[in-house]
Design a protein around this ligand. Structure first.
Ligand SMILES: [Zn+2]
Length: 114
């Protein structure tokens, strides 16, 4: 179980880093979301390094769960900074496109922008 969580964290970290690189395409209108993506990568990187340290030094493997719990608590405390995504338009409360939710800073849909 620990091995699966450890590998999944690494895959997620690589995915977030690739997503941050892809977000360069939206740099004009999505600078803040790109910065948030970088913060998320840093957050996952710190958790991954914590788990790697426990495994590499041969400590009790249950400490990996402690690292994960502390990581989740820090994520909950920083949720405003780490997850600033909104799925609804600020003006008309309609659904936003996934690309706009993930990549663009503007919280208004195409109709409300005009
Ligand atoms: Zn709208």
């Amino acid at each position: 179980m620990i091995n699966i969580i450890y590998k999944a964290t690494f895959v997620l970290l690589i995915f977030k880093l690739l997503m941050t690189m892809y977000q360069r395409k939206f740099n004009e209108n999505g600078g803040y979301k790109r910065l948030v993506s970088l913060y998320q990568s840093l957050y996952l990187g710190v958790i991954y390094i914590g788990m790697s340290s426990v495994i590499a030094r041969g400590y009790n493997l249950n400490l990996v769960y402690l690292v994960l719990i502390v990581g989740v608590l820090v994520g909950i405390l920083l949720r405003g900074k780490l997850f600033p995504y909104t799925t609804k338009c600020e003006t008309c409360h309609g659904r936003l496109k996934l690309s706009q939710i993930l990549f663009l800073d503007d919280k208004n849909c195409q109709k409300c922008k005009k």
